[in-house]
Design a protein around this ligand. Structure first.
Ligand SMILES: Nc1ncnc2c1ncn2[C@@H]1O[C@H](COP(=O)(O)OP(=O)(O)OP(=O)(O)O)[C@@H](O)[C@H]1O
Ligand SMILES: [Mg+2]
Length: 226
């Protein structure tokens, strides 16, 4: 069983979007997957799950102080991969979720403001010595800010996933329809991005060699531990 915490103390960066789409894609790839939603106010993943007819991935609402019990419950129901969707501006929730992670994914938009705020999250990741990677989200490749963000992340010594997620309306439409992008538009660009990211993660965590991916995002940086 592997646990991936999706974290960033900044709000609106794509934590829930990344969680929902990776979990749906993992489930479609044959990995029994669960989401644990510890964002007390928004419950974005839990609400998304309410609007779905499909049973999987299972979504649990949890309080951070009983996160280990929720993980154990998800595992008892067969989860082999668990995503924890965390809340913005909540250090205690972040810390508990990071402590229980095998890998921390940190979605971040390619703006100077978002990148400069990253250390609030990565400092906590470093204290707990967890493997982590930043995933650029809402990327518009042609904008100079995208490369500037990559350069700034590198200059901060932080590790960056070679896969990014583009700014695309499919991410919004899929969630509004109670789906992940791999269900909503299986051959679309957003679905390919999610599968590429999932494939990269699965190789990091030795999850499954069977995920089929068209590698549309070319590697940009080698990853290293934060
Ligand atoms: N790649 C993307 N393309 C287009 N829209 C996106 C993308 N990623 C996220 N969004 C939109 O940005 C908004 C914020 O995304 P999301 O809710 O996933 O962020 P969050 O980090 O979970 O926010 P919070 O901190 O409030 O929990 C949502 O409206 C979502 O639909
Ligand atoms: Mg959220």
């Amino acid at each position: 069983m592997a646990t991936i915490t999706v974290a960033n103390l900044k709000g609106g960066v794509g934590k829930s979007t990344t969680t929902i789409n990776l979990a749906t894609a993992a489930q479609m790839s044959g990995i029994q997957t669960a989401i644990i939603d510890v964002d007390p106010d928004q419950q974005a993943a839990a609400k998304w799950s309410d609007s779905r007819t499909a049973e999987n991935p299972q979504v649990y609402s949890a309080v951070y102080s009983r996160l280990q019990q929720s993980i154990t419950e998800a595992e008892r129901y067969g989860a082999k991969l668990i995503f924890i969707d965390t809340a913005a501006f909540e250090q205690k929730i972040l810390t508990s979720s990071i402590q229980l992670a095998d890998l921390v994914l940190i979605p971040c938009r390619p703006t100077a403001q978002d990148v400069q705020y990253l250390t609030a999250t990565t400092d906590i990741v470093a204290i707990h010595q967890k493997p982590a990677a930043i995933v650029l989200n809402q990327v518009e490749p042609r904008l100079p800010e995208t490369d500037q963000a990559r350069t700034l992340i590198a200059s901060l010594g932080l590790s960056l996933s070679p896969m990014h997620l583009s700014k695309a309306v499919a991410y919004q439409r899929a969630i509004a329809a109670g789906l992940g992008v791999t269900e909503f538009e299986p051959t679309g660009k957003a679905a390919q991005e999610i599968l590429s990211l999932l494939n990269w993660i699965s190789r990091l965590l030795y999850l499954s060699p069977d995920i089929k991916v068209d590698n549309i995002n070319k590697p940009i940086h080698r990853s290293s531990k934060i």
